[in-house]
Design a protein around this ligand. Structure first.
Ligand SMILES: Nc1ncnc2c1ncn2[C@@H]1O[C@H](COP(=O)(O)OP(=O)(O)OP(=O)(O)O)[C@@H](O)[C@H]1O
Ligand SMILES: [Mg+2]
Length: 336
């Protein structure tokens, strides 16, 4: 099959979808290698779900081309459907049925025998930590359990390509980690995953390559290393003992780190954005040096943390403006 020759699970060129006057997807080119997690990173309304729906043959493109394992999503839609599965912002499981009932029903629909469907359901529920909840109606599940059963349902028949549309939105850190482990396990079995997310750290955790999408366009693409190199190494957050030392601290950090220093609404807090020159490995070293200098200058630091760049920082670096729906009031530079 042409799929293996190109090694690409997804290939789009100039993909377009318009809704009335809105170009929701505005000329997207993607090349997603097989057997990897590919991250589609962007804020609300960027066009992530619309792109996924076109690739999953649920929406008709208005322009451009899209192939899944070499198959045209428009002209070979049935073949595409046979190889993909989708978990997303829309439901696939029945809230009134139990976890077991849902998975058995879907297994039967996919052509498994009664016994095979039961066995597979039990195995998936166990793998996803849902054995205790197997006999409960899905409407009684927590958000994290719900997300896990959604993914379980979508990999009943191991798909070649799995679309995960914001699989961890709204989950607590523990549930997020469980979903991430599941994604890793799915990929280890050979499935390609197209993951949409609004979180850079999620794309960073899971994806080999990332496309940053904004207003229907890909504004950056590359390995996460390449992306981070263009964005910067992250931020240093400080909380001081004495608000009167904040200007001194800001001045010092600005010099030592060659960073943009911003005040926080909290009068004791400061954020310094590390420059793009600081690689991941050196960010911690730079921060340590800055702490050293602060101590020497007599600035008392009560709390310190080193954070990865946020999506907003990625957008700021790439476009000169923040993610268009992520506004906060702390963008002003420290007035010296
Ligand atoms: N069925 C539709 N009819 C009209 N406009 C739509 C429709 N679906 C999406 N849009 C618009 O297309 C744009 C892209 O929406 P899309 O759902 O693809 O964004 P998204 O990146 O998935 O956002 P989110 O992170 O909020 O899920 C938005 O401006 C949205 O309002
Ligand atoms: Mg969406």
């Amino acid at each position: 099959m042409s799929t293996q020759t190109s090694g690409l699970a997804i290939e789009t060129s100039g993909l377009v979808k318009t809704f009335g006057g809105t170009r929701a997807v505005d000329g997207v080119d993607l090349a997603v290698p097989s057997g990897t997690v590919y991250g589609l990173l962007g804020p609300n309304g960027a066009g992530k779900t619309t792109t996924v729906k076109m690739l999953a043959t649920l929406l008709r493109p208005d322009g451009g081309e899209a192939r899944v394992f070499g198959l045209d999503v428009l002209h070979e839609a049935d073949e595409v459907r046979g190889r993909v599965s989708l978990t997303g912002q829309y439901a696939s499981v029945d809230e009134d049925l139990t976890g077991t009932e849902n998975l058995v029903l879907l297994g039967r629909l996919l052509g498994h025998g009664k016994r095979g469907a039961r066995e597979r359901a039990a195995r998936l529920l166990a793998a996803f930590g849902l054995t205790d909840a197997a006999a409960k109606q899905v409407k009684q599940y927590s958000g994290g359990m719900r997300r896990r059963i959604d993914i379980a349902a979508s990999i009943l028949n191991t798909p070649d390509l799995l679309f995960l549309d914001e699989p961890t939105a709204g989950l607590d850190p523990r549930s997020r980690n469980q979903v991430w482990d599941i994604v890793r396990a799915v990929v280890a079995q050979g499935t390609t995953v197209l993951l949409t997310t609004q979180y850079l750290d999620e794309a960073d955790q899971l994806a080999a390559r990332i496309a940053v999408i904004d207003k229907g366009r890909v504004i950056a693409e590359g390995t996460k290393g390449e992306l981070k190199a263009s964005v910067g190494a992250g931020s240093v957050h400080l909380r001081l003992r004495d608000a009167g030392q904040r200007l001194l601290a800001a001045d010092l950090l600005g010099r030592v780190l060659d960073a943009r220093v911003q005040p926080e609404p909290d009068p004791l807090a400061l954020t310094a954005r590390l420059g793009t020159a600081a690689g991941e490995a050196t960010a911690a070293g730079q921060a340590a040096r800055a702490l050293d200098e602060l101590a020497r200058a007599g600035v008392v630091v009560d709390n310190f943390s080193l954070g990865q760049p946020s999506l907003d920082e990625v957008f700021l670096a790439l476009t000169g403006h923040g993610a268009h729906d992520l506004r906060d009031g702390s963008e002003d530079e420290v007035a010296a």
